[in-house]
Structure formats: C-alpha cells, structure tokens
Design a protein. Structure first.
Length: 107
C-alpha cells in the first residue's frame, strides 16, 4: 500500500467507500493510523496495528500473509524498518499476531 499523497482524512474516506468492511478497517483505519505515526510512537503503533490485524486474521476476515506484507510495507514507509531493522519490525508484527492467536505468515 503506497503512502497517500492527499490529506489522510480524504484518503480514508476515498478508500473506505470501495472496500468490504474488514478490508476497509484494516487498510483505512489500522494502516492509516500507522502511516500517520511520528517518530517515538511508530513501534507502539505498529504493535497496535499488528494486534488489530491479528484479530481480523484470527476471525478469518483477513489473510495472514497479506496482512504481514502490508504491515511490513507501512513500517518501511514510515522509516521504522530502516531505523530499527527488518528483524525488529517482523518481531513486533509476530508478537501482535501471536497475542491474538493469529498465525503469523511472513512473506
């Protein structure tokens, strides 16, 4: 998912209108919050996003591999993967998935 070049609220509204509910929740709300994260809150919001994604995966509403790829992509876009490294990002995502009982399937 590419970082939006428009105001985040306009992006949220535009994307939400086109998606099924679970996809809209994940793409718009969860990933939208993560993409808006500032330095000092990025890892905490990645963990929160991973928890929300894990809930959707555990309920069968979202594919685990797709969710992990999108979370990893968002973490890269906000600079977290570059600063903390891909292993730290993967560990945060894995932790959120495991906390919710979701299977973690990295790419």
């Amino acid at each position: 998912m590419a970082a939006p070049d428009i105001h985040p609220l306009r992006y949220i509204c535009a994307v939400a209108e086109r998606l099924p509910f679970a996809d809209a929740v994940f793409d718009v709300v969860v990933i939208g919050c993560l993409l808006a994260a500032h330095r000092g809150e990025r890892n905490r919001l990645l963990f929160w996003a991973s928890l929300r994604a894990g809930e959707l995966v555990a309920d069968g509403d979202l594919d685990s591999r797709t969710a992990a790829l999108v979370l990893t992509g968002a973490a890269t876009q906000i600079g977290l993967a570059g600063e903390d490294g891909p292993r730290a990002v993967a560990a945060t995502i894995r932790s959120g998935f495991h906390r919710t009982g979701a299977a973690y399937e990295p790419s």
